[in-house]
Design a protein around this ligand. Structure first.
Ligand code: PGA
Length: 253
């Protein structure tokens, strides 16, 4: 298994100047990135500023979204190659905010995953159930469907290049995180499904991250939970101090 992965998803926060200074703060605090892989996902408009701020440090860059076409009349969209040339190695696909607010379907997310991978980006594919779906006992079914559809066009040998983020919708930005037991179980289901789809060897390569109200106070317990290979951090990644304290939980494991 690769190193644990901690991703800071800045969502729609920060101008390029603000993003530069946040990235600088994180860079300064992470003198040596050891035992953990750290990736920042700023808004598109700040990718270049963050790239400059991180130069020379092994902190990766991710897009928060991508379109599946290489170029063309797709107003407002960004291609995989544009992200690559902006310094991204990763891209978040299928975030629940895009599913719910922008109406992205599983099929749509599948196309993005295929295109990102084909271009050489590592997709961070987000899946997760709503509170109602959890209460109905359909968590496993929902994340299973989201994964199967998104991974449909991916060859078995490429599945290990995809990182999965389990993000229960009810835990995102609510201050209410899933318990380590709930998380471990969902991660087990995801790993089992990956094995079914791609075999043990490929399935073992994908990192399964947890996301949803990760804070410095709960990051230690979440980082140590069985089957957790990293964290996708939203709100708490917007301050260098809190993000660094989350990253440090992995350095000290
Ligand atoms: P949050 O967001 O940490 O603010 O809950 C996580 C995410 O949406 O990736």
């Amino acid at each position: 298994m690769a190193l644990p992965l901690v991703v800071g998803n800045w969502k729609m926060h920060g101008t390029p100047a603000e993003a530069f200074s946040l990235a600088r703060g994180i860079r300064t605090g992470l003198k040596r990135v050891q035992g953990v892989e750290v990736v920042l996902a700023p808004p598109f408009t700040s990718l270049s500023a963050v790239y400059k701020a991180l130069r020379g440090r092994s902190i990766g860059l991710a897009g928060q979204n991508v379109f599946w076409q290489e170029q063309g009349a797709f107003t407002g969209e960004i291609s995989p190659k544009m992200l690559l040339e902006s310094g991204c190695g990763f891209v978040i696909v299928g975030h629940s905010e895009r599913r719910r607010i922008l109406g992205e379907s599983d099929q749509f997310i599948g196309k993005k995953t295929v295109a990102a991978l084909a271009a050489g980006l590592r997709p961070i594919l987000c899946v997760g159930e709503t509170l109602q779906e959890r209460r109905q006992g359909s968590t496993r079914k929902i994340i299973g469907r989201q994964l199967r559809v998104a991974l449909k066009g991916i060859t078995k040998n490429a599945i290990g290049k995809i990182e999965i983020a389990y993000e229960p919708v009810w835990a995102i930005g609510t201050g209410r995180n899933a318990t380590p037991d709930q998380i471990s179980l969902a991660h087990q289901w995801i790993r089992e499904l990956l094995r079914k789809l791609a075999g043990n060897e490929q399935a073992a390569k994908s990192r399964i991250l947890y996301g949803g109200s990760v804070r410095p106070e709960n990051a230690g317990d979440l980082a140590r939970a069985p089957e957790v290979n990293g964290l996708l951090v939203g709100g708490a990644s917007l301050k260098a101090e809190s993000f660094l304290s989350i990253v440090n939980q992995f350095i000290s494991i």
